[in-house]
Design a protein. Sequence first.
Length: 342
Amino acid sequence: MNILIIIALLLAVLVVIRLMNVSQLASVIAGEDEEAEQKRHNSMNGLGLMLFSVVGILLMIYMTFKYQPFLLPESASAHGVKTDFLLNINFAVIGIVFLATQILMFWFVYKYQHSKNRFALFYPDNHKLEIIWTVVPTIVLSALIVTGLKEWNKMTQSHPQDGMVVQVYGYQFNWIARYAGQDNKLGRSFYKLITDDNPLGIDYSDPASKDDIMTKGNEMHLPKGVPVMFEFNSRDVIHSAYFPHFRTQMNCVPGMTTRFYMEPTITTAEMKGITKNEKFEYVLLCNKVCGVAHYNMKMNVVVDDPAEFKNWLKGQKQIMAPVPSTTASEVVKVNEEKENNI
Ligand SMILES: [Cu+2]
């Protein structure tokens, strides 16, 4: 059906072009002078462009409202509300400038088409105008950037003390979440300790690792109303931990830890009611094309009431990896000995 509409539109354009050629020939036959013919052409072009702008702008407004339901639901995190607010301000500024420039551009094409009685005004510069269109955008853009940067700094640098620490570990091709446990401190990890039993390479000789908890199944839970400090790591290539419903994203970079904190404000059950969708689930996705099964890197995120969350966390303890006999320092020692032997 769509292809038929496109073909019909193309044919319509061809018909208009042919009609213009015919009218040109007719005017030659009728002995019209070149100037009159030029004038008619100009006014046809001017009117055509006006029509294009009106139809284009109306279509844009229609599409904006028609596809509104396909956008993300309201933000489910505290700072996400501010992110959305900033995004909307950006759209408002861009929208006003877009409409003003497009309407003026098409109107000028129509209004100032060639006339033999009118000469173009020689207007090489105007300092006042140039200052206005330099200073005003500078102020608007700086205000937008500074407010955005302030939010970003809050998210990445000011971790509330009463928060909870969760590690999100990306690898080709899935996620593992580790909770810091009672002490709210993640145990050290070391890549040379990675085995099938210990996929994060946790150093179990570190006392902080004793109460760490890893998620069972492809799902992580978060408590509502509690700030969560995320620590992101990657085992292989750069992944990107993207929580669309919480409006957050952070790269997971091999060899370094990246962080942000986020406070969920709407439980999964509440969001099911808001979206009127019983199957609604928050998700953690990978937003970097990291390999052939990149599309597979998806983990469900469930936001519970704090009491429900505690219950869930209790059920997770059993899956803790068996304690390996080697520690980070032993592995380093063994490797050093191997290198010395070579
Ligand atoms: Cu990935």
